[in-house]
Design a binder for this molecule. Structure first.
Ligand code: FMN
Length: 372
C-alpha cells in the first residue's frame, strides 16, 4: 500500500485518479476504477450534443442504463445513482468531470446542481459521490457552490499561473496536466517533468494537494510523480485501453497499436488536441496549419470564423463518428503520448494492482542510490 495525502483526503486505497474521457462516456470504466480502489471519474462531455451528435449522446445513455429520451440532467442523475449503486459495497469513490469553459457555463451549472441534488436526496451518496472535478476553464466563481455542498473539489491546470488561480478559488486538489496528455491540451505547452515540480513548489501546502497527469501509465511513472512532489497521479490513456473501458473497440486497439512517436497535435474542438497519428489525423494537422495556425503558435483564434472547404470541426465530428462505427479509414482517435508504452488490455483491477506493486518496488529500489 502507498499512503499519501490524496488517499487520506478521499478515503481511496491507491493514489490514482482515473481521468474523465469523452466524448462517448466512461460510465463502466468509472465503476471498475472506483471498485479497484482509485478515484473514478465520470466523463460528462457526451451529454452536450443530443441534437448534433446523437450517437455520442445515445452511447452515453446506453452505457449508463439511462433513457435516451430524457434530458441531460435526468440522464446524469440516473448515471450518478447507478454508479453509487454499483460501487457502494466496495467502498468506491467517484465524481463527475464537468467542463467549465465559458461556452459551457450553463450546462456545467446544470451538472453541478444535479450532483448536489442527488446527494441531498440520498445522503448515503456522500460516501461515494465525494468529488466534483472541473476542467477546461476558469475555476474562479465555482467554489462557493461546490464547497458549500461538501464536495472535495479537484481542478486540472496546464501551468503554474493557472494553479495559483485555483488556489485563490479554493480548489482542494490541483491536477498539473503535462503536454504529453491525451486529447485537449494546452496553447502554451509545458511537459510533466517541468510542470509537476513547478506546480507543487508553487501551490502545495497543508490544505492544497497536487496530482500529476499526462504520460502516467505504470508504477515507474507513479513513483516518479511522487518524487516530483505530487500526492498522486491522474491517468487517462492507460485506463482507456482496459477491458472495462467503454471506448469503441477500434479506439482501444489503436492505443495498443500506437508506435514510437505515435501521436500528433492538431485542432480538437476547443483548441489544441493530441490525436493518435494516422493518415486522417496527419491530414487534419495539415488543415490545422492552414486554417487554425494559432494551435501551433500558442495564440487562440476564433473557431467559428474558419472558411474554405470542410470546417475543421465537421472533419472532427465525422472522424469521431467513424471511430465509433469502426471505420478505420476515416477515424481519428485521441490519446496521450504514453500510448506507445501501452501494449496490453488488462482488467482495471489487475492493472491497478500491477501499478501499485511496481511503484512500491521502484520506491524501495531507488534507496540503493543513497550513500550516507
Ligand atoms: C480519449 C480522451 C478523451 C478525453 N476527454 C476529456 C474530456 O472530455 N474532458 C476533459 O476534461 N479531459 C479529457 N481528456 C483528458 C484526460 O482527462 C486526462 O487529462 C489525460 O488523459 C491525461 O493524460 P494521459 O492520457 O497521458 O493519461 C481526455 C483524454 C483522452 C485520452
Amino acid at each position: 500500500m502507498l499512503k499519501t495525502r490524496l488517499t487520506e483526503m478521499l478515503g481511496i486505497k491507491h493514489p490514482i485518479i482515473q481521468a474523465g474521457m469523452g466524448p462517448f462516456s466512461n460510465n463502466n470504466l468509472c465503476v471498475a476504477a472506483a471498485n479497484a480502489g482509485v478515484l473514478g471519474l465520470l466523463s460528462t462531455s457526451g451529454l452536450f450534443n443530443k441534437n448534433d451528435q446523437p450517437w455520442v449522446y445515445n452511447s452515453f445513455c446506453d452505457t449508463g442504463e439511462a433513457n435516451r429520451d430524457d434530458d441531460m440532467a435526468t440522464v446524469l442523475e440516473t448515471v450518478l445513482k447507478r454508479t453509487h449503486r454499483l460501487v457502494k459495497d466496495k467502498g468506491g469513490v467517484f465524481g463527475p468531470n464537468v467542463m467549465v469553459s465559458a461556452e459551457l457555463k450553463d450546462k456545467a451549472n446544470v451538472m453541478i446542481e444535479t450532483a448536489i441534488k442527488a446527494r441531498e436526496e440520498n445522503p448515503e451518496m456522500k460516501n461515494t459521490l465525494k468529488v466534483m472535478y472541473t476542467s477546461a476553464g476558469d475555476p474562479m466563481g465555482w467554489g462557493e457552490k461546490i464547497k458549500k455542498a461538501g464536495f472535495t473539489w479537484i481542478h486540472i491546470v496546464p501551468s503554474v499561473r493557472a494553479a495559483q488561480r485555483c488556489k485563490k478559488a479554493g480548489v482542494d486538489v490541483i491536477v498539473a496536466s503535462g503536454h504529453e496528455g491525451g486529447f485537449h491540451t494546452h496553447w502554451e505547452p509545458l511537459h510533466s517533468m517541468v510542470l509537476f515540480p513547478a506546480v507543487a513548489e508553487a501551490v502545495a501546502d497543508e490544505n492544497t494537494l497536487v496530482v500529476g497527469g499526462g504520460g502516467i501509465s505504470d508504477g515507474k511513472t507513479l513513483a516518479a510523480s511522487l518524487a516530483l512532489g505530487c500526492d498522486g497521479v491522474l491517468m487517462g490513456t492507460r485506463f482507456l485501453a482496459t477491458q472495462e473501458s467503454d471506448f469503441p473497440p477500434l479506439w482501444k486497439q489503436s492505443v495498443l497499436d500506437a508506435a514510437d512517436r505515435g501521436t500528433l497535435v492538431a485542432r480538437g474542438y476547443v483548441g489544441p488536441a493530441r490525436w493518435l497519428r494516422n493518415a486522417r489525423s496527419e491530414e487534419h494537422a495539415r488543415n490545422t496549419l492552414q486554417k487554425s495556425p494559432g494551435v501551433f503558435l500558442g495564440t487562440p483564434d476564433s473557431y467559428t470564423a474558419m472558411e474554405g472547404g470542410m470546417s475543421l470541426i465537421d472533419y472532427e465530428n465525422e472522424s469521431i463518428k467513424a471511430a465509433y462505427e469502426g471505420n478505420k479509414e476515416k477515424a481519428m482517435m485521441a490519446a496521450g503520448e504514453v500510448a506507445q508504452r501501452i501494449s496490453n488490455m488488462p482488467k482495471v483491477d489487475d492493472l491497478v494492482n500491477e501499478i501499485m506493486k511496481e511503484a512500491m518496488a521502484v520506491l524501495k529500489s531507488v534507496q540503493k542510490f543513497v550513500v550516507e
